[in-house]
Ligand binder design. Structure first.
Ligand code: TYD
Length: 220
């Protein structure tokens, strides 16, 4: 039985979601609310190996279906080993990306059938359905500009593809991903909150904390 609270952060590269997810984690820990932070792809031993394959620039040209299945495989490990056990212990789980990324990137971005993605996502996550999701919304180019300046040079397959190689297709791809996120937020207005990420991190955090506090006060 799921007892904790599951919060996910989503958005395009460079939107600042990792910063916000970690700020929220630190904030909750300071309030003595038991919480964990995890990220996708990765977060487990097998997940970290999958992450390396996915983000390695040498794997340029990977089949989109392989890519999708690897993201899902990483998620299956994360759900089983990290997310569900923590929720069962009543913790707040903060995940930096989760299944909406697959819908937005592989579905709306790459064009894989959304119905298939929905089935596979449901199969993989089971009861681990987020209670609250923040999509940090940013212009694709502004985000890429930011992420290129602080990214890990070994893990830039996606940024490389979007920014350097096929600049027009890259931009269009990210526009489709952004549109996918908007679409998801319209379908699930209760769970998904779009946050304007074009502000300073303190203002963004203040908005996020207000929303989280409402949920947390029901549980803890
Ligand atoms: P990462 O280096 O973790 O970047 P970020 O800080 O943006 O999360 O790279 C993850 C990349 O993988 C990012 O471009 C989004 C992409 N992605 C998908 O395409 N599908 C997915 O299901 C997930 C979880 C991520």
């Amino acid at each position: 039985m799921k007892k904790g609270l599951f919060i996910t952060f989503e958005g395009l590269e460079g939107c600042g979601k990792t910063t916000q997810a970690k700020m929220l984690f630190d904030f909750l820990i300071k309030q003595k609310i038991p919480s964990i932070y995890t990220k996708e792809p990765g977060g487990t031993k097998i997940g970290d190996k999958i992450r390396k394959i996915l983000l390695d620039q040498k794997n340029d040209g990977m089949d989109y279906k392989s890519e999708m299945l690897l993201f899902l495989a990483s998620r299956a490990e994360n759900v089983r080993l990290i997310i569900l056990p923590a929720l069962e212990e009543g913790k707040v789980v903060i995940s930096d990306r989760f299944y909406d990324s697959t819908t937005a990137y592989q579905g709306y971005g790459r064009g894989i059938d959304l119905k298939i993605i929905k089935h596979l996502n449901n199969l993989v996550v089971g009861k681990a359905i987020p209670d609250l999701t923040f999509i940090l919304d940013i212009d694709p180019y502004e985000g890429l500009r930011r992420s290129a300046s602080f990214g890990n040079s070994h893990e830039m397959r996606f940024e490389e593809e979007f920014l350097n190689k096929k600049i027009i297709e890259g931009k269009l791809f990210l526009e489709r991903v952004r549109h996918g996120y908007y679409q998801l937020s319209r379908e699930e207005t209760g769970r998904i909150k779009i946050i304007d990420a074009n502000r300073n991190k303190e203002d963004i955090f203040e908005e996020i904390v207000k929303i989280v506090n409402k949920k947390v006060s029901h549980i803890y």
